[in-house]
Ligand binder design. Structure first.
Ligand code: SAH
Ligand code: SF4
Length: 428
């Protein structure tokens, strides 16, 4: 999501006559996009800003964008006085104006929206960095307020773009030669097509997904992230009906214990989560399932943690992004007692990742011998290999007797497997 936010910012400024350069040294204006989902991400921001200090004497202007900017607000100026601009994601459309203010001599400009904004940042001027696959935001913000999460405070309330505007952007991308589109939102399943009068049809998320998949020229459609609470069976029906919809669902579970899920205010139980997994397992194509897990949420017992491990076994994820619980400002879980000591969180994380690694070793093995379509992403000269990605979002590296084009789709016979990737040779 942050990568795509940066693409929108670059697009907006290029439209105003700015030019993007390769290095900080060449730049007169440095905008630093930030993430505050965990404390570590936030610490990195201030360390990096300290590195930038030396450039101030050269007359460069610095701005901090994104969730750390929104969360810390004017405090950023105190911690990094050489910064002139602090702006959250809901105010990027005003960036050109804010930069004019800086040029006029105002050395502290802010663009900080409250949670109440109804406006979506329409993406007319997105500067996409990859010419073959690109992101489209369909919904911004989040109203779920999971007990540990800072997003509702930094990205504001949920607001969906009209499906007509999403489809217009997708068609425009198809015309430009894009073949893969990824629909983005903190919680794409909460998508609610705003009333747009008589100008178009109102679509559910599954209908929008199918409509994007049916655009001529589009070969792959992905979406992220899904919240289990709102994940409907109609999404699986759409994947069954429209072959361009990728056979991959990222469905963050966070914990395998219903007790912890309640404390996290996730609004579903272990059983309800597993019910959604059962739907996916009856789909016509094998759907690859990936997830996010938090270990060491306040009060998580050994027994709760054991339930998370058993859920990994039961589901058989193809990838899990696991995090140690990190207390975040403003969030309800900040006041919970029974914090888990840092060493114990680290131990649980290690145990979980080792278990998941074993699961992936077994799961990836079964692709050996199969022929799978890969989109060619890049060349690794040192290894004399091409890097590709399957519809299931797996990395598939391969050798080829003739050079394929980056962005093209090729068939690859899988010859060996690793815990996180597959290796094969291109089939002509
Ligand atoms: N909207 C998505 C998640 C966005 S944040 C969803 O609801 O699933 C991405 C991931 O970061 C989350 O799934 C969660 O696993 C992790 N995360 C969020 N807040 C966290 C915190 N305070 N500590 C540790 N991990 C966190
Ligand atoms: Fe955060 Fe929960 Fe919203 Fe995801 S659904 S962004 S975890 S509050």
């Amino acid at each position: 999501m942050n990568v795509h936010d940066s693409e929108k910012v670059v697009g907006t400024l290029v439209q105003e006559g700015y030019r993007q350069v390769e290095t900080v040294e060449q730049a007169e204006l440095v905008l630093y996009n930030t993430c505050s989902i965990r404390d570590k991400a936030e610490q990195k921001v201030f360390n990096r800003l300290a590195d930038y200090k030396k450039y101030k004497a050269q007359g460069k202007t610095f701005g901090v964008l994104g969730c750390v900017a929104q969360q810390e607000g004017e405090k950023v100026f105190e911690r990094a006085p050489y910064v002139s601009l602090v702006a959250g994601s809901a105010s990027y459309r005003n960036l050109p104006e804010m930069l004019v203010q800086i040029q006029a001599g105002n050395s502290r400009v802010t663009g900080l929206d409250d949670r109440q904004t109804d406006e979506c940042f329409e993406t007319e001027f997105t500067a996409r960095t990859n010419p073959h696959r690109g992101y489209i935001t369909i919904i911004e913000g989040c109203d779920k307020f999971c007990a540990y999460c800072v997003v509702p405070f930094t990205r504001g309330k949920e607001r969906s773009r009209t499906s007509e505007s999403v489809l217009a952007e997708a068609r425009q991308m198809a015309d430009l030669g894009y073949t893969e589109i990824q629909l983005l939102g903190q919680n794409v399943n909460s998508y609610k097509d705003p009333d747009c009068g008589d100008s178009g049809k109102k679509r559910t998320f599954a209908e929008l997904l199918a409509a994007v998949g049916e655009i001529p020229g589009i070969r792959r459609v992905r979406f992220t992230t899904s919240h289990p609470r709102d994940f409907g069976r109609d999404i699986i029906d759409a994947i069954d009906a429209v072959p361009t919809l990728c056979d991959h669902v990222h469905l963050p579970v966070q914990s395998g214990s219903t007790r912890v899920l309640d404390a996290m205010q996730r609004l579903y139980s272990r059983e309800q989560y597993l019910e959604r997994i059962a739907w996916m397992k009856t789909a016509k194509r094998e759907i690859s399932i990936t997830s996010d897990v938090i270990v060491g949420f306040p009060g998580e017992t050994e027994a709760d943690f054991a339930e998370t491990l058993s859920l990994l076994d039961e589901v058989g994820f193809d990838a899990v992004f696991a995090f140690k619980y990190s207390p975040r400002p403003n969030t309800p879980s900040l006041s919970l007692e029974d914090a888990i000591p840092e060493e114990e969180k680290s131990r649980r994380l290690e145990v979980l990742m080792a278990r998941q690694r074993e699961i992936q070793i077994q799961r990836y093995k079964k692709y050996i011998g199969s022929i799978t379509e890969a989109m060619v992403e890049s060349r690794n000269e040192a290894r004399k290999q091409w890097m590709g990605r399957t519809s299931q979002n797996k990395t598939l590296n391969f050798t080829a007797s003739t050079d394929p084009k980056v962005g093209s789709y090729v068939n690859v016979r899988v010859t060996s497997s690793f815990p996180n990737s597959l290796l094969g040779e291109m089939v002509i």
